[in-house]
Ligand binder design. Structure first.
Ligand code: ZN
Length: 179
């Protein structure tokens, strides 16, 4: 959901993509939990501290707040790919932790991401998956297709709400916005 950069290591590098704030607000108003799950191996690599990442996240929350949007929770994997942790996407430990802590059903959730590893982790978590093309770089095929491909988060949210109308019913929903 953030503007794509190889690594965003400073708050000044952080920008919300156009329309992201309104898209998140639409989810908020629909009563859906909005959760960010992010791989931040830059921390393990020593390029980013947890403190600075916290500043970046506060800047994100402020930018969202200016348009009346909010994130319900943020989960971070700070590990290096070689650490073999369970939380780094496409691992699903961040997803199961969020579901447990917030009382959400992963099967009733949507994972929105701009990389195939988001789609892979969402699929492994049993959620519906949406690949957003904004900020997306071409990637090799993984043999896995998202449930939906959207131009941007606005289009992704429109599809999510359409699915919700189709399956209207029970329980709380989780929207994991992976980035
Ligand atoms: Zn991890």
């Amino acid at each position: 959901m953030a503007q794509y950069r190889e690594y965003c290591c400073h708050p000044k590098d952080f920008r919300l993509l156009p329309g992201v704030g309104h898209a998140v607000r639409t989810l908020n108003h629909a009563g859906l939990a909005v959760i960010v799950m992010t791989n931040q191996s830059a921390i393990a690599r020593g390029w980013l501290t947890g403190d600075v990442l916290g500043q970046i996240h506060r800047k994100m929350r402020r930018a969202l707040g200016r348009v009346g949007a909010r994130i319900d929770a943020i989960y971070v994997c700070p590990h290096h790919p070689d650490d073999g942790c369970a939380c780094r996407k496409p691992g699903i430990a961040m997803f199961t932790q969020a579901a447990e802590e917030l009382g959400l059903s992963l099967a009733s959730s949507y994972v929105v991401g701009d990389r195939m590893l988001d789609v892979l982790s969402g699929r492994a978590a049993g959620s519906q998956t949406i690949l957003v093309r904004s900020g997306h770089r071409p990637e090799p095929a993984h043999g896995v297709e998202p449930d939906y491909e959207a131009e941007d988060l606005t289009e992704a949210v429109a599809w999510i709400l359409q699915q919700e109308r189709l399956q209207r019913g029970q329980g709380s929903r989780c929207h994991a916005m992976a980035r």
